[in-house]
Design a binder for this molecule. Structure first.
Ligand code: TNX
Length: 570
């Protein structure tokens, strides 16, 4: 559109402002001529809490756009610019001054006053009551997005809210914005206002890097996928029978021996401490918290191969590359086992900035109930001693409560008196029902990879349930959020990971983020449809589910060949 040339006459101050006025008017005229923005304000996934479109407020991003930020917003603005520069080819400088070009995009953690009836950033005004700062209501992760013909403004109480607002803005640009190389397009953004915040504080996905190992680059790309849909936790299932994937200095053979196997006999692999730090830092910049899982006392064959003294018979089992579960366990009667647990959770906790440490606890079929409970009670205390909050699969329920403990429900019948009882004793719940949220389940009988023990999970099944009322006897207040686990017995490549995540991950993300009132399958499937061209353009593999009315027009062809995109640099 208009260029950023300096005014030609000798009165820069006056000329600059009239040039800006002319430019804004030209922008409005061009926008009007070109018709409405191709994306609608209410097409966002997950659905925002409040959306108020204003067709007269469409804005077109052009070559002299500038991202103006308050200091706390700088990192988010740099990331947003990084998403928008490749396809637009625009320089999109990030500045914390008002100079340097027309104001087009403001990210601000500061709260506007809301005086005079327009409302603070946390509401549409009117019913706000106190009229106080909207950031109270927006919380840490909420944001307000205003799009007018003159510019875009994102306001939030802090960087996490700004980041989610920036992801919303990214979705409001036409699908070619996902091109890794410059394309010609009108970069229109639909006018209006969105006020948004999450329903649940915990929204996650799990990647099993133990059955098959996934290199750091793959994990970073998965983090980008979570962040797009406002998921804020990545649970890494780091250890299992088939592989131990995290270096532990005090027990080096865990990774060096236990890390060398995988399902099907592949080479395995493990993360060094620096690899893990890199994953954690990359996630943190995207407002995603890593939840490391050390699965105990079962699912430990790889550890027993490395350290036979942990095995009940003190004999190393053969390495395991099959897919059965429930046969292995560390010896709950040996004190060395607790030294091992203390060392491992101590090192993992020290590497992990987030508040959680996941202890597994599932399918320890060979451990008698009494010793299982006693083992878990001790292991939970060892985790608590590191300063972390215990998370575990809901099999931990019968063990004694420790402060803050969180259980992860993966059952399929929504009914477990032991889990309900643990909640009464103070536990909170993350919902990952196997028959709705398990992304390793097949979509349909002919899905080439995946399981079906919890049933087939098409997109509708992934979407149609309510975390707040899913488990009998567990009140909504005890629900911390949702998580979509991806077990990888049959999933071996990044493309297969993406195929299982998309399009179900956005369905689970919407359950975690959006208010229940917005929940509507027919509207969801049409909102989701517009994401297909985005994924294609970004080189993201997805299942072209027949349930979704994907657009029939082919995605725009980039002007240059698209390299397979790698995750954006940290
Ligand atoms: C059950 S779910 C498991 C995993 C398997 C998964 C396969 C859970 C806590 N344990 O060990 O990978 O089923 O779907």
């Amino acid at each position: 559109m208009t260029g950023g040339a300096a005014p030609a006459d000798g009165l820069p101050g006056v000329a600059a402002s009239s040039a800006e006025l002319a430019r804004a008017a030209a922008g409005r005229a061009a926008g009007a001529l070109a018709g409405p923005a191709p994306v609608r304000l209410d097409d966002v996934v997950p659905a925002p809490e409040q959306v108020r479109p204003d067709p007269a407020g469409d804005f077109t991003l052009d070559a002299d756009a500038v991202l103006r930020v308050s200091p706390t917003g700088r990192d988010v603005a740099e990331q947003l610019a990084g998403w928008l520069r490749p396809a637009t080819g625009f320089p999109l400088p990030v500045t914390d001054t008002t100079e340097g070009g027309p104001l087009t995009l403001t990210l601000s953690a500061a709260v506007s006053t809301g005086a005079g009836g327009s409302g603070g950033p946390g509401s549409f005004g009117g019913s706000g009551g106190s009229g106080g700062p909207g950031d109270v209501r927006l919380g840490d992760e909420g944001y307000r997005l205003d799009v007018t013909a003159d510019g875009v403004r994102i306001t939030a109480a802090g960087p996490a809210g700004l980041f989610h607002g920036a992801q919303t803005l990214r979705q409001l640009l036409p699908a070619p914005i996902e091109n890794p190389a410059a394309v010609a397009a009108r970069w229109a953004i639909p006018g209006g206002t969105i006020v948004d915040r999450p329903r649940f504080p915990y929204r996650g996905a799990m990647l099993d890097v133990a059955r098959h190992f996934f290199p750091v680059e793959d994990v970073l790309r998965v983090i980008d996928h979570l962040a797009r849909y406002k998921l804020n936790h990545l649970h890494l299932h780091l250890t299992d029978d088939q592989g131990w994937r995290i270096a532990v200095d005090s027990w080096p053979r865990l990774a060096e021996v236990g890390g060398t196997t995988a399902v099907g006999g592949g080479p395995g692999g493990w993360y060094t401490r620096d690899d893990y730090r890199r994953i954690v830092a990359y996630a943190a910049r995207r407002h995603v918290t890593v939840v490391p899982e050390i699965d105990l006392p079962g699912h430990t064959n790889a550890a027993l191969v490395a350290y036979p003294e942990l095995a009940p018979g003190k004999v190393a089992p053969p390495p395991y590359t099959g897919t059965e579960v429930g046969f292995s366990f560390v010896d709950p009667a040996d004190e060395r086992t607790y030294a091992f647990v203390a060392d491992v959770v101590g090192e993992v906790a020290a590497l992990t900035p987030g508040p959680w440490l996941h202890l597994g606890g599932d399918e320890a079929f060979k451990v008698p109930a009494d010793s299982y409970r006693a083992f878990v009670a001790r292991a939970q205390r060892l985790v608590a001693a590191t300063g972390k909050t215990v998370v575990g699969w809901h099999q931990l329920a019968p063990a004694e409560h420790v402060d803050g403990r969180v259980l992860q429900w993966w059952g399929t019948n929504g009914d477990d008196p032991e889990t309900a009882d643990a909640v009464r004793r103070g536990a909170r719940l993350i919902l990952s029902p196997g028959n709705h949220a398990y992304l390793d389940m097949k979509y349909a009988p002919d899905t080439p990879i995946g399981h079906d023990w919890a049933g087939l999970i098409d997109v509708r099944r992934a979407y149609e349930w309510d975390p707040a009322s899913h488990v009998r006897g567990v009140p909504a207040e005890a629900v911390l959020g949702v998580e979509a686990p991806l077990w990888t017995e049959s999933v071996t490549t990044l493309a297969e990971v993406e195929f299982m995540l998309f399009p179900r991950l956005p369905a689970v993300a919407e359950l975690g983020w959006s208010p229940r009132e917005t929940h509507d399958w027919s509207r969801f499937r049409s909102r989701l449809a517009g994401h297909g061209p985005r994924w294609s353009t970004a080189g993201i593999t997805f299942h072209q589910s027949p349930e979704i009315p994907w657009p029939t027009t082919p995605p725009q062809i980039p002007t240059q060949p698209t390299p397979h995109p790698s995750p954006t640099t940290p």
